[in-house]
Ligand binder design. Structure first.
Ligand SMILES: NC(=O)c1ccc[n+]([C@@H]2O[C@H](COP(=O)([O-])OP(=O)(O)OC[C@H]3O[C@@H](n4cnc5c(N)ncnc54)[C@H](OP(=O)(O)O)[C@@H]3O)[C@@H](O)[C@H]2O)c1
Length: 314
């Protein structure tokens, strides 16, 4: 199999198109991030994922603006996402205007509420308690529905083309979808997803409700541990492709957006090249996580419930 540059797009429930593969930028320092975004845009990517909390919006924006100037390509050919940080849940307009200033962009294509928790405003973006847990405002004082309601006006203001959520499980999505004051449905749910965490029910629910899944940590996050999996390695050897190419191709074959992060030019260029997988291969890879599900990202929020598992959300 010979990997080819992925040009696939999906149509969001707003009618806008989103490229299937986007560059992840978490943990990329400013300089790494500038080079990574510039390399990505020069090599076929049109979709970049960042967030307020990553601390790199300025370098992401600089790379985008330099690329647009040098290439002559118009802004509307790119899809840029950033995320509302949990300490800014009560002031989404202010937060987005500040993100746009850092990015030096007039609008973004997608604004996500980063986590379904609000944390108190403090000198630091992530205040923690004596036990090292991240402080959280109790749900009966402020919750993810309040946050999402406040984000709706950002679309009307033209600051973002669309809004969506991240790290939501099915019960929380149901609450959002059933709330009468919510008129703008989330276009997507960005969640951890890879062969060790295939989340089949969540995919089904989102498909039924026209909410696109975006896979974060598609390689298992830092150090790409998923690529060590024996089943994945055997299938990639059989098809003469790299384990990373297989994991990324698998996400696209399942109809999801995928956001591999890299700061290495070679990997960035490789990660947008995918192959078409048949249904048996997709299922074989899903079996890895069905048998032994593994989540790599579950931050220590100071909440009594598990954000991902709990069904009685509030
Ligand atoms: N919404 C959320 O809460 C949330 C949470 C986590 C992540 N995200 C988003 O999703 C993106 C991706 O997730 P992630 O950063 O956690 O991890 P990831 O993309 O699964 O993995 C990144 C790791 O894989 C390595 N890597 C990249 N390409 C490779 C290749 N072809 N072969 C071998 N190793 C490779 C990278 O190293 P090098 O950089 O050295 O290449 C890095 O160590 C993030 O950057 C962020 O934009 C969102």
């Amino acid at each position: 199999m010979i990997p080819e540059i992925c040009t696939k797009t999906y149509t969001l429930n707003t009618g806008a198109k989103i490229p299937a593969i986007g560059l992840g930028t978490w943990k990329s320092t400013d300089e790494e991030c500038y080079n990574a975004v510039k390399t990505a845009l020069e090599n076929g990517y049109t979709h970049i994922d960042t967030a307020r909390i990553y601390g790199n919006e300025e370098s992401v924006g600089k790379a985008i603006n330099d690329y647009l100037k040098e290439s002559g390509i118009s802004r509307d050919k790119l899809f840029i996402t950033t995320k509302l940080w949990c300490s800014e849940c009560k002031e989404p307009e202010k937060a987005l205007r500040e993100s746009l200033n850092r990015l030096n962009l007039e609008y973004i294509d997608l604004y996500l509420t980063h986590w379904p928790v609000a944390i108190p405003k403090a000198d630091v973006l992530m205040p923690i308690n004596d036990e090292g847990k991240r402080l959280v405002i109790p749900y009966d004082e402020w919750n993810y529905i309040d946050t999402y309601k406040g984000m709706q006006k950002l679309v009307e203001l033209g600051l973002t083309k669309a809004i969506g959520v991240s790290n939501y499980n099915i019960p929380k999505l149901k609450k959002i979808l059933n709330d009468k004051e919510i008129k703008i449905k989330p276009v997507c749910n960005q969640v951890e997803m890879h062969p060790s965490l295939p989340q089949i029910e969540l995919i089904e629910f989102c498909k039924e409700n026209n909410i696109l899944i975006q896979c974060y940590s598609p390689l298992g996050s830092t150090g790409a541990p998923i690529l060590e999996n024996e089943i994945l390695q055997n299938i990639s050897k059989k098809n003469n492709i790299s384990p990373a190419c297989l994991a990324i191709s698998w996400a696209v074959a399942r109809g999801t957006v995928v956001l591999p992060k890299s700061v290495s030019s070679k990997r960035i260029i490789d990660n947008i090249k995918i192959v078409q997988l048949d249904e048996n291969t997709v299922k074989e890879l899903e079996s890895i996580g069905i048998e032994n599900p593994q989540r790599v990202g579950n931050p220590p929020w100071d909440v009594k419930i598990n954000l991902f598992e709990d069904s009685e959300v509030y």
